[in-house]
Design a protein around this ligand. Structure first.
Ligand code: S3P
Length: 169
């Protein structure tokens, strides 16, 4: 069984994924971490040196390399939105959209922009607009997930419980 967590940067896919993997007793895999290990480069350096298109190819290679091994997979925010990877994820397992309000995403991302090349150098209104525009473009893909969990105001444990109530404990 593979469980894919998708959603915008900063929504908590990795945090939720690690707890979920422990609960299900299957490995946790993070696409960004896999790419960094494979290439020996930080995601931000890949964007800066090789470009976004190359990074998207690496995400595709990640999905192929996963095979059918059981795992909870935290997918980079743009992964399902490129190279038609969403349909590939859906044929392999459960795809779960972790959703947060724009306000909440801005609040969380204000603290982590240095590790996120798409948001580098942005703050205040510019950051908010960038998130809103990108989210708007991606939403229709995220919404193809098997189900969506609203995360605003919920603890990690509550999110994991809600998720398990959909897919079984
Ligand atoms: C990206 C999200 C990031 C990372 C890269 C691009 C995106 O992952 O893959 O910076 O396009 O939304 P997280 O969603 O884990 O932050």
């Amino acid at each position: 069984m593979q469980i894919f967590l998708i959603g915008f940067m900063g929504v908590g896919k990795s945090t939720v994924g690690q707890v979920l993997a422990e609960r299900r007793n299957i490995p946790f895999v993070d696409s960004d971490e896999w790419i960094e290990r494979q290439t020996g480069k930080k995601v931000s350096d890949i964007f800066a040196q090789d470009g976004e298109a190359h990074f998207r190819e690496l995400e595709k290679a990640f999905v192929i390399a996963l095979g059918n091994n059981p795992a909870v997979v935290s997918c980079g925010g743009g992964l399902p939105c490129h190279n038609d990877l969403m349909s590939g994820l859906k044929t392999r397992g459960h795809v779960v959209y972790l959703e947060a309000s724009l306000q909440e995403l801005v609040r969380r991302l204000e603290r982590g922009i240095e590790t996120r090349p798409l948001l580098a150098g942005l703050s205040g209104e510019e950051l908010c607009n960038m998130i809103a525009e990108r989210l708007d473009r991606r939403k229709h893909v995220y919404e193809q997930a098997d189900f969506c969990i609203h995360t605003d105001g919920k603890t990690v444990e509550q999110i994991v419980e809600e998720l398990l109530s959909h897919i079984g404990h």
